[in-house]
Ligand binder design. Structure first.
Ligand SMILES: Cc1cc2nc3c(=O)[nH]c(=O)nc-3n(C[C@H](O)[C@H](O)[C@H](O)COP(=O)(O)OP(=O)(O)OC[C@H]3O[C@@H](n4cnc5c(N)ncnc54)[C@H](O)[C@@H]3O)c2cc1C
Length: 479
């Protein structure tokens, strides 16, 4: 029988009152001060607003909220840890949205150590998932700097990548099943723990990376892996970016599948981490580029020997100028800090214009050269800062505000011209304008410009089929 709530058009005020009644005082955030963090995003480029900020206690309450919003045609934005970098959780367009935070759906529902799977609610903080896996001697490999705040639902909605993609894949590769509340409040139970399932279209993949535009992920079954017994970490100074690609090939050849991270950092990035993030430069002399690499596997001594051989051969071939291997977990953490502090501490160098691109790995040096020239042609006094998961061909190619002589406003006013110049280079190299952060509001004009028309048409058709009233996170991905 059709649901009368869904059939009837409901005035917005009545829907909001019904949501308040459904959730009770714990389920809504009314105080303006308490609401403030829900209306912000980390880069402070896209301020938010809300008709109501909600925190449902469970899936059924969340489905009830969606049914009421659907009936009243109220826009809805799902919120995870709000660490996304493309303005995915805020909106200034259309009627004020109902924000639905997943923070109370934070239970780990089951760990099956033998089958190596974990079933979690979408509001689980990523770091808590890591801990729960480790308690069983297992690993959930999605790992990123925001791990202490981001939630697995947000990781799924953005198909998050991070530092171990080259070995284990993206979030897309690590989700076996999903539970999703659809825009009209119906629950799709796809919470299967199957490794093989060829029963038609793979619906879970539709919601992974959809940035909350098709429905709200409420639970997931994740793949786990044996936790490596030993991890070896090295920080290497390189003469140029081209050497990183030669080093990557050598490392893959020698490591026998144990290479688990391979990050590129420009010298300016190390300076920023040391200046503002408490990092310590581990090498005696500065190098123009650095690689932070990690190998992980069995504790039989072979990893350390392989890493030393790699270093020797790389130095003989002129790929590495100098390097250090961490002697303890604390030293390894210090090396990783140099890379991870960068994301947050760039702000202390002024405003940034950021790109999150991918090109075929072998073309990374060509990208860096051409994109650098193209960006500086638009903004000659900007300072270039490139770093990223070079083992995936993914570079965060950023411009920092000039050290003097330009306000943040004047600098950011050039963003669109810089995006276009850099993304033209990406397109010419067969790359992607968003390797891991998604489209959100920030890149939707760029997506409309660069995506093949057939792909955009298919995306619009999917959106129309799943969310015909257009209430789910409007203005994200598709304009
Ligand atoms: C310091 C730092 C480092 C980072 N490093 C990386 C990195 O290495 N790799 C990477 O990929 N990203 C990285 N990011 C970006 C960000 O952390 C990821 O995109 C993360 O996956 C977002 O999770 P979240 O819970 O914070 O999602 P949010 O920011 O809350 O939301 C992101 C998007 O997903 C939607 N959404 C959230 N929850 C749900 C849900 N349950 N169902 C449906 N839609 C939902 C939102 O509406 C929004 O559109 C980094 C960010 C920071 C601040």
């Amino acid at each position: 029988m059709a649901d009368p709530v869904i059939e009837a058009a409901l005035p917005a005020e009545e829907a909001l009152a019904a949501i308040r009644a459904l959730l009770g005082p714990r389920g809504v955030v009314e105080d303006a001060l308490d609401q403030a963090p829900y209306l912000e995003e980390p880069r402070k480029l896209f301020p938010g607003r809300a008709a109501l900020v909600t925190r449902p206690a469970d899936r059924d309450q969340l489905a009830g909220v969606l049914r009421l919003c659907h009936a009243a045609r109220l826009p809805v934005i799902p919120l995870g840890g709000r660490t996304g970098l493309v303005g995915g959780t805020t909106s200034q367009e259309g009627p004020p949205p109902v924000l639905i935070s997943l923070e109370r759906l934070n239970r780990i529902l089951a760990v099956d150590a033998q089958a190596m799977t974990m079933t979690v609610e979408a509001g689980c903080i990523l770091e808590n998932i890591h801990r729960a896996a480790e308690a069983e001697g297992l690993l959930f490999p999605i790992n990123l700097g925001a791990r202490g705040s981001c939630m697995i639902g947000g990781n799924i909605a953005t198909n998050a990548g991070g530092i171990q993609v080259l070995r284990y894949g993206n979030t897309r590769d690590l989700v076996l099943g999903l539970e999703v509340v659809l825009p009209d409040g119906e629950v799709w139970d796809g919470l299967r723990a199957l490794r093989k399932d060829n029963t038609g279209y793979d619906m879970k993949q539709l919601f992974i990376g959809a940035e909350g535009t098709l429905g709200i992920v409420t639970a997931a079954v994740l793949r786990l892996f044996p936790k490596p017994e030993e991890v070896q970490t090295a920080f290497l100074g390189l003469p140029d970016a081209k050497a990183a690609i030669g080093l990557y090939a050598l490392a893959q050849r020698l490591s026998g599948g144990t290479l688990s991270a391979f990050e590129l950092i420009q010298r300016f990035g190390v300076e920023i981490s040391c200046r503002h993030g408490g990092g310590v430069d581990p090498l005696a002399a500065p190098a123009p580029w650095y690689v932070l690499l990690e190998m992980s596997g069995a504790a039989d001594g072979a990893l350390r020997a392989t890493l030393e051989t790699l270093l020797e051969q790389a130095m003989e071939q002129g790929l590495v100028l100098d390097g250090t291997i961490a002697e303890s977990g604390a030293q390894a953490a210090g090396l990783w800090h140099l890379r991870e502090a960068l994301v947050d501490t760039q702000q202390y160098e002024g405003a940034s214009i950021k790109h999150d691109i991918a090109v075929p790995i072998s073309r990374v040096p060509e990208f860096l050269e051409k994109a650098g020239a193209a960006a500086l042609a638009v903004m000659p006094t900007a300072r270039l800062l490139a770093f990223g998961h070079v083992g995936d061909g993914n570079i965060h190619f950023n411009l920092a505000q000039p050290a003097a002589g330009m306000t943040a406003e004047a600098f950011l006013a050039g963003s669109k011209a810089v995006y276009r110049a850099v993304h033209d280079v990406v397109a010419s190299l067969g790359g992607s304008i968003s390797a891991e952060h998604g489209i959100g509001q920030l890149k939707r004009a760029e997506l409309a410009h660069y995506a093949p028309p057939a792909e955009l048409r298919l995306m619009r058709a999917v959106k129309q089929a799943v969310d015909p009233r257009g209430i789910m996170n409007p203005g994200k991905i598709l304009a």
